[in-house]
Design a protein around this ligand. Sequence first.
Ligand code: UDP
Length: 323
Amino acid sequence: MRAMRRPQRVLVTGGAGFLGSHLCERLLRDAETEVLCADNYYTGSRGNVAAVLANQRFEVMRHDITFPLYVEVDRIYNLACPASPEHYQYDPVQTVKTCVHGAINVLGLAKRLRAPIVQASTSEVYGDPAVHPQTEDYWGNVNPIGLRACYDEGKRCAETLFFDYHRQHRLTVKVARIFNTYGPRMAMSDGRVVSTFILQALRNEPITVHGDGGQTRSFCYVDDLVDGLIRLMDSADEVIGPINLGSAREVSIGDLAETVVRLTGSKSPIVRGGPRPADDPCRRRPDVTRARETLGWTSSTPLEDGLQRTIDYFDGVLARLPA
Ligand code: UDP
């Protein structure tokens, strides 16, 4: 008789968030995988996981990762943390706790279970980078007492914890440094540039470019990013990172505004010159050599295609809003 294979149980913290919900959906495509999603719904929502709620292999629990979590799983993705400047600066003390206490709690869990764990770290660990494009061995340029520090330093400390658990407890850790990611289910209120510009364009409101729009970012479509996270989890134990995941195409915020206006056919004027947020990085683009060589991964969705899908999503959301 053939031995029954037990399903692979995967915990996704922050599983009802933007990235987390896409990751849960993608993991559930494998019929041998069960997904436990933990979320405190601070920026995530039940709506984000509505499409998979009926799936017998999916379970959601309301849990704040700053408190210990006792569950039995085989693998862990730690995505719990607000990621947009507007959200993480709203309650900065809680942001630090989510990064640091959250990391301690999931690492403790992973240690007891001997489970491999992927950490969603961030390009913000590079701060306002003096090295361009950013390679993983660059130590960064972060203001430790600025408005972004709760997130930047919180995520840096989380990386420290991951590498110390690896060295001290031989834990299989995998640290991804995630660059700007966009797509359907970004929160409408998160103030991030892609969702903000698309909503402004769809409503024919002025597009608010901070500064002269010369600052740059590299935007990765969410499906590509999720693919990178899964490849990282599935990689050999020796692959611990940190590893940049992001788009290699750098665009200025001014060009992004023009592209969004063109794709939506909007009448919105583009208004430049608004104040730049404190410590706003001037340039950001990942060196993705390591991801390509180690994981065989690159971000493949062209910006215009990804933006179009995101525009269609927000169009649908606006159409469903009460008049
Ligand atoms: N930005 C902008 N107008 C907006 C929102 C954002 O010009 O309405 C700029 C912001 O100043 C920054 C870039 O877009 O230079 C990306 O901002 P976002 O908050 O999306 O993410 P960040 O990469 O800064 O975390």
